[in-house]
Design a protein around this ligand. Structure first.
Ligand SMILES: Cc1ncc(C[n+]2csc(CCOP(=O)(O)OP(=O)(O)O)c2C)c(N)n1
Length: 1111
């Protein structure tokens, strides 16, 4: 930013700068002069006489809802306006304001202005239109009549300056009033604004150039404030009082950084209008009842299980009414599905009192004697999720609430919640998020500290990721475990991260439940109005230690001395309402007794539970996919092959531009032509294999969504799923959406540069959408023509509806939509591709916590596919390894158990595993594994190490014959060359996986060893194909066994494969290693070393004497 811009910016945003940056600053002076000249010119032009029609037109354009007034132009300015002493650069805006206000109603401006404008209109020469202002008093009436022009004392300059000072003061409150708000219930405030003091309040008027004597003068209010209500002018004393009420009580509003004026005005209106914070008797009583539930729930748990960890809500009990208010308001605005994510603090309370999980189900989680009914690890009670559809009592409308299960890793659930919400919206055609929304809860330390918060915020306005506004609620108890905020963050508030997306932040003292309710209402309305994120910062405290067993006095003695003295918020609020007469003490006590009884009864029922079912805690049931017992409908997988016509047809789409008048890049034309040639020759490369897989699933009604960095083109420029018109900006075409009129939509989206956030977002399972069924969808889509257009534009892909205009005739739109819809199924294929495989490690938490162990912990399946480009290509330590060893190390199959091979062994193995890991060497097998992912009767995550140089390798091509009906994914690809002619003569089997296969075959040929060494590819590493590997070893009884890999010995697959191969052959032979030595880095940065290492590996693999000394 230039120096001048910085100064201007400071002047605009920093009210503390008024009376102004130093005039000694030359940049400032230059800037002001420039502004003055411009404003004087425009001001002069505007003050010129207008015709009555011009006046009416200008007035209606410039001032809202003005009463038309006939203006008689009399005066003509001939002298420069600058001759008027008060017209300087900083006042011209204000003068304009006054002038237009005076035009509307002369009484609405101060008498001195009235006189000035009248005199000016009467033709007073420049410099003489002013008169000394009449004395200002409390009363505006009884002003003396206008003085004559002769002998007028131009004292207006001071008046204008005072008005400007008042404007600055008002702005100071709007920008920084929250610094002075009483937000901390403990009164020890952790927010330190020492370096940015705010001069507000009666005692600081001098800072703005005002005097105490000005307090009772009346000032006209600018249009950027609503404190006046119906009044357009107020005495300064009252202005300050109202600003204090709006900005410096229990609510601190941070919003002036938002760069949209309408949004700022909207917020000002919500907080400044006098009397906004008034609640009906019924609202107060409901609020009290909610506070009772929230407080008594924790007390009940404490009484019954005093030594159990539950991460109670004590100190922030108003969280429950806060969430309920957001939900009520959103329901009123049409939302019927709320997806929530939250950490440990108060989670059980939210489950009980917001989602309304049966209390007995919660209570029996505390019973350590109950056995688990489900397979897998299960999870602790404050991580489990929940899904519940019920009637919202306030609005009397249906609402589905789900709380997504999460790991301990704070904030990791955020993108998962967003992904699930996006899927809900997508499948219902809820294009603006009017029906489904997300609420995310945060702890203050985690919100400030975890980078995923920032990553998720940055998804909030991206077309393929937006959920059209999330309400964030921070339980800001001013401590993180034992760490003070001053050691935990560099920003004054924990919420500053939200400013990057212009989300307003409402800080509120959580000990004032009415203030909490008010900001929550505004937050929900904000989301409904602007479809943007908003943050509610509940400033509270934590009554106990981090958990109930923890001693907080060790580390925060003073804070906790204060907390011990602190009266509970329920008690304070109840006393307030009793004092007001809103509720009687007896009613209050009855409310408590009623809820305690509910808890006691549920507690008795919980004793009858004999077994714990994690299934009862599913956040996303999957209706119709499994049997009623939750089992797959079969343990088999049909052939994943396709008829030749389908392959040809998809190939044709992949090699053409399916819209007219669309000019593609010359290089791309050549690529498409090459694809056409391959199709004619019945062959496919990697890109075409992928096309065949996606295209066929789309034709079968499966929605496919591929996201990741630069996936539309493909990092290696091989994919080209989105074509760009070279002549028309932003005109694109997605041929995959031109497959057939009744296909499912294809979503391919370049993502933000985030792995954690984006992969997390993809981590939802589209098939789990609970609140949507086909009937619902049919109804929604058949009613909403604009949604049809939205959907069909997806189907036809002529213009992505998120990005451009539609160019399909309407009849095609409607037909396509209906057919496409009729073909839709609850299943979807969701793929995330890393730019290079190693970048997945920045998403490690999502991989470890959700993908690897999600089913074991939360009995929920997930079919996500990870595409991880991998391979040693001499590119250095980065960009080479997708770290297969890590994925393999987390597989749950036992290396020492030789499994019994049954008829359905291959599918059963898949059913039992936690994820599938493959490294595929040809396009046909890639095609099959992708299709198998959907044709299986259950879902498992699939990790694919994808190639780089193989994308264009002349030998890494497949034939249509490998993809026809009856063909399957090949878990192992045996050698079908000369070795098969005389197997007993074969001296060695080299087992390998992935790209090195091509290096091995080339080397074997060069060494003329094609009859003596068999090369077997293990394409599915995990679950390990024990049966097929055994068959291979049995085929060549005299061969020794070698595992060859291009990765270093301590990396790659060796440690996973070796013990399993040994188990397969009952440890009858050793399994030798040929490959790079152990190393710290995944690959060398030196090309020569790279080639040398490869040569050594191949030498070892083909040296039949290499291991003689080892025996
Ligand atoms: C990513 C991550 N790092 C560390 C932890 C360990 N941990 C659990 S709770 C906690 C403090 C969280 O403080 P805050 O976010 O303010 O929430 P509070 O417990 O105060 O409600 C920490 C550090 C964790 N769960 N997740």
């Amino acid at each position: 930013m230039s120096r001048a811009a910085q100064v201007a910016n400071r002047a605009l945003t920093d009210p503390g700068a008024r009376p102004g940056p130093s005039t000694a600053d030359p940049v400032w002076v230059a800037l002001i002069l420039k502004t003055v000249m411009h404003r004087l010119r425009t001001c002069a032009a505007r003050l010129r006489p207008l015709t009555s029609s011009q006046t009416a037109k200008n007035l209606s354009q410039q001032r809202p809802a003005a009463t038309p007034r006939t203006f008689q132009p009399v005066r003509c300015f001939t002298a420069p306006v600058a001759a008027e002493p008060f017209l300087n650069g900083t006042s011209s805006n204000y003068v304009e304001e006054m002038y237009y206000a005076w035009l509307e109603d002369p009484k609405s401006v101060h008498k001195s202005w009235d006189i000035f404008f009248r005199n000016a209109n009467a033709g007073a020469p420049p410099g003489t239109a002013y008169q000394s202002p009449p004395p200002l008093g409390v009363s505006l009436t009884g002003l003396p009549p206008p003085q004559s022009l002769v002998g007028a004392q131009p004292n207006v300059e001071k008046l204008v300056e005072d008005h400007l000072a008042v404007q600055s003061l008002i702005r100071a409150y709007q920008v920084m009033g929250h610094h002075n708000a009483n937000l901390d219930p403990l009164g020890i405030s952790c927010v330190n604004f020492d370096e940015a003091p705010v001069a507000t309040g009666f005692q600081h008027v001098g800072f703005y150039g005002l005097e105490e004597s000005d307090l009772d003068k009346v000032f006209r209010l600018p249009t950027t404030t609503f404190i006046g209500g119906e009044e357009s002018a107020l005495p300064l004393r009252e202005i300050i009082r109202r600003l204090e009420m709006a900005y410096c009580q229990h609510i601190g509003v941070e919003f002036m950084f938002i760069n949209d004026l309408d949004q700022c005005q909207w917020i000002r209106q919500k907080f400044e209008r006098p009397g906004v914070m008034q609640f009906s008797l019924e609202e107060k009583r409901t609020l009290l009842a909610r506070m009772v539930r929230s407080t008594r729930f924790e007390e009940f748990l404490q009484r019954k299980w005093s030594s159990e960890k539950r991460f109670g809500l004590e100190g922030c009990e108003s969280l429950i009414p806060a969430l309920k208010t957001i939900i009520d308001k959103s329901s009123e605005n049409g939302v019927d599905t709320v997806i929530m994510g939250m950490p440990h603090r108060g989670r059980l309370n939210v489950l009980a009192n917001v989602i309304r999980k049966e209390l007995e189900q919660i209570f029996c989680q505390f019973d350590s004697k109950l056995e688990a009914a489900d397979e897998g690890s299960g999870d602790v009670k404050y991580h489990l999720g929940m899904y519940h559809r019920r009637i919202n009592r306030v609005t009397d409308r249906n609402i589905t609430l789900s709380l997504v299960a999460n790991p301990s890793h704070l904030e990791a659930v955020n993108p998962v919640v967003q992904g699930k919400t996006k899927a809900e919206q997508f499948y219902r055609g809820d294009t603006d998020g009017n029906r489904a929304m997300s609420i995310l809860l945060h702890g203050d330390a985690a919100f400030a500290g975890q980078g995923i918060v920032y990553e998720t915020f940055h998804l909030s306005d991206l077309p393929s990721y937006t959920t059209h506004g999330t309400v964030h609620v921070v339980v800001n108890n001013q401590i993180g475990f034992t760490t003070d905020p001053r050691m935990a963050r560099s920003s004054p508030y924990p919420t500053d991260v939200a400013r990057v997306v212009n989300a307003p932040i409402f800080h509120v003292n959580a000990d004032d439940p009415e203030a909490v309710m008010y900001v929550c209402n505004v937050a929900a309305e904000w989301r409904a109005t602007f479809h943007k994120d908003v943050v509610v910062d509940l400033v509270c405290y934590r009554r106990n230690g981090h958990n109930e067993m923890d001693e907080p006095m060790f580390t925060q003695p003073l804070m906790y001395k204060q907390i011990k003295k602190q009266k509970g918020v329920l008690q304070k609020y109840a006393e307030k309402l009793i004092a007001e007469g809103a509720v009687s003490r007896q009613e209050y006590e009855e409310e408590i007794a009623k809820y305690d009884k509910i808890c006691e009864e549920a507690y008795s029922r919980s004793k009858d539970e004999k077994i714990l079912h994690i299934k009862h805690w599913l956040d996303s049931p999957w209706p119709g996919f499994f049997t009623l017992d939750g089992q797959p409908k079969s343990i088999s997988c049909p052939s994943t092959g396709l008829p030749e016509e389908d392959l040809s047809h998809i190939g044709q789409v992949a090699s053409s531009v399916p819209v007219e008048d669309f000019t593609i890049h010359g290089g791309l034309s050549r690529i498409l032509k090459g694809r056409g040639e391959m199709i004619k020759n019945r062959t496919v490369d990697w890109a075409l294999g992928e096309y065949m897989a996606f295209g066929s699933l789309l034709k079968e009604g499966i929605h496919v969504r591929l996201s990741g960095q630069d996936v539309e083109r493909g990092t290696f420029s091989h994919r080209h799923h989105v074509l760009h018109d070279q002549n028309v900006d932003k005109r694109i075409c997605i041929p995959m959406n031109h497959m057939s009129p009744n296909q499912a939509p294809y979503t391919v989206c370049n993502s933000s540069l985030s792995e954690y956030g984006v992969l997390g977002t993809s981590c939802f399972n589209l098939s789990e959408l609970q609140s949507t069924n086909d009937g619902d969808l049919m109804q929604i889509f058949s009613q909403a023509s604009e949604i049809k257009i939205f959907f069909v534009s997806y189907l036809y892909g002529v213009e992505d509806p998120f990005r451009g205009h539609l160019s399909v005739p309407l009849w095609v739109v409607c037909t396509g939509f209906e057919l496409g819809f009729a073909m839709a199924s609850p299943n979807a294929l969701v793929l995330w591709e890393a730019q290079f495989g190693d970048f997945h490690n920045t998403a490690q938490c999502i991989i470890d916590q959700f993908i690897c162990a999600g089913q074991a912990k939360w009995v929920r399946q997930n079919g996500i596919v990870l595409l991880l480009p991998h391979g040693m290509e001499g590119m250095g330590p980065e960009h080479s390894s997708a770290r297969p060893e890590r994925f393999l190390q987390m597989c749950n199959d036992d290396p020492d158990v030789n499994p019994k091979v049954t008829e359905d062994f291959d599918v059963r193995q898949l059913y039992d595993c936690n994820w599938i890991v493959v490294n595929i060497s040809n396009p046909a097998n890639y095609f099959h594994v992708i299709r198998r992912q959907i044709l299986l009767p259950f879902r498992k995550p699939l990790i694919i190490f994808t190639p780089k140089s193989l994308l264009r390798h002349p030998e890494a091509k497949s034939n249509f014959d490998q993809m026809l009906p009856g063909t399957h994914f090949q878990r192992v690809i045996p050698d079908d060359g000369p070795v098969t002619q005389n197997p007993p003569e074969v001296k060695r089997i080299v087992f390998c996986t992935g790209k090195i296969y091509y290096e091995l075959t080339r080397e074997r040929k060069a060494r003329n060893m094609e009859s003596s060494v068999a090369i077997t590819r293990i394409e599915q590493l995990s679950p390990f194909p024990f049966d097929l590997v055994r068959a291979e070893t049995e085929k060549y009884p005299n061969a020794d066994l070698v595992w060859c890999q291009e990765e270093h010995k301590n990396q790659g697959y060796y440690d996973y494969v070796k013990p399993r191969m040994r188990t397969t052959i009952n440890r009858a032979k050793p399994v030798w290693y040929a490959g790079r030595e152990s190393a710290a880095a995944p690959a060398t940065g030196n090309k020569k070393t790279h080639l040398l290492e490869l040569k050594r590996s191949l030498d070892t693999a083909f040296n039949l004497d290499a291991f003689k000394d080892h025996i």
